[in-house]
Design a protein around this ligand. Structure first.
Ligand code: PMV
Length: 343
């Protein structure tokens, strides 16, 4: 998984782009939140209740072609070779079309993820950021990254962060129209080239889709307000730890942020429990490793898989310790990498 097998090929396209269409291709990586986004302050504009910070993953992402053609009757999505629901893609395409005022053409989007299906990585983050970049390219729009980030955000919040590489902050923003809620880079991958290990506990797609789960948490979890306040407060410390390359500070703050998000979701009604027994086993193992002097920390998104960060020199040891746990099917290795780009 460490070589970008598709990076320069168009093999993800199952349908050739049509004569007379305007098309462009992009690769965008997935990202893993070190300070989580969980809860919206505006559902329609997809604005977050709190800011978030993520690390962009080097090897795992989506290869996407966007093709506008006057003959297309509607926007369609072919995901990993199969027709798929285009609702979120349409939101991003509409925002791009709105900036290219004379364009009414519909688009066909073909996208393929290069991480194993069910790796539990958010394909919405990589996929929708790739759509934003490729759609802008297809229409010849030279939009600043920040503007593309705000557009990708409309499709999926976490997608706002994948336009940038390294360590990225998505600002909560204060304005009602969301114009100040976009991502910006904190530090490059070279600043701190941490390794990321994905311990795969369950290869099935995630149970509750994030929007529904977030809304249920907001509406029913008695801890929601406390979560938002604590999450917003944790941002400055996580940003400072990244800038200072202070591993211990980042480990403590990121784990605490993750556990608070899951505790808040677990307290929803009905409860949202993403964890499986092996999720907790991996958490335990990471804590043991750290207590034994190996600098590692864990985080968990909206699914059962555990992502472990460490310095590259400790990755082999940490990977071995995770791989031997019952219920951990595989441990993928990547590192912090660059953001979305043309292919
Ligand atoms: O962007 P969405 O709607 O897929 O939600 C992402 C939610 C988390 O992955 C759990 C947290 C985050 O900040 O990425």
């Amino acid at each position: 998984m460490n070589d970008n097998a598709f990076a320069t090929s168009a093999s993800w396209e199952t349908q050739h782009t049509l004569e007379g269409s305007r098309s462009a291709r992009a690769f965008s990586p997935s990202n893993i939140a070190l300070a989580k986004y969980w809860g919206k302050r505006d559902l329609g504009l997809n604005l977050p209740a709190n800011g978030s910070i993520s690390a962009t993953l080097k090897d795992f992402g989506s290869f996407t072609t966007v093709e506008f053609h006057p003959d297309f009757a509607e926007d369609t999505l072919i995901l990993d070779g199969m027709p798929a629901d285009a609702a979120k893609v349409r939101v991003v395409l509409d925002a791009i079309r709105a900036r290219a005022s004379s364009i009414k053409d519909r688009a066909r989007v073909q996208s393929r993820n290069n991480f194993p299906t069910g790796a539990g990585l958010a394909s919405s983050a990589s996929g929708l950021s790739a759509v934003a970049l490729a759609a802008a390219g297809a229409l010849g729009l030279d939009l600043p990254r920040g503007e593309l980030s705000a557009i990708a955000r409309r499709g999926s919040g976490s997608a706002s962060r994948s336009l940038f590489g390294g360590y990225v902050e998505w600002k909560r923003g204060e304005r009602a129209d969301g114009s100040d809620s976009l991502a910006e880079p904190i530090a490059s991958p070279e600043h701190w080239p941490l390794a990321a290990l994905v311990a795969i506990v369950e290869a099935a797609p995630k149970g509750a889709l994030s929007t529904g789960a977030m809304e249920r948490t907001r509406a029913t979890s008695p801890y929601f307000e406390a979560w938002v306040e604590a999450a917003q407060k944790s941002i400055a410390g996580i940003r400072a730890a990244i800038l200072a390359r202070d591993f211990d500070a980042l480990a403590v703050a990121a784990e605490s942020n993750c556990l608070r998000m899951h505790a808040c979701a677990m307290a929803a009604e009905p409860p949202i429990v993403y964890w499986r027994p092996a999720t907790l086993a991996a958490v335990q193992r990471v804590r043991e490793l750290r207590a034994g002097g190996t600098p590692v920390f864990f985080t968990i998104d909206a699914g059962p898989n555990v992502v472990v960060f460490c310095e590259a020199s400790h990755a082999a040891r940490a990977r071995g310790a995770l791989a031997e746990l019952p219920g951990v099917h595989a441990v993928l290795r990547t590192e912090v990498g660059e953001g979305a780009r043309w292919t």
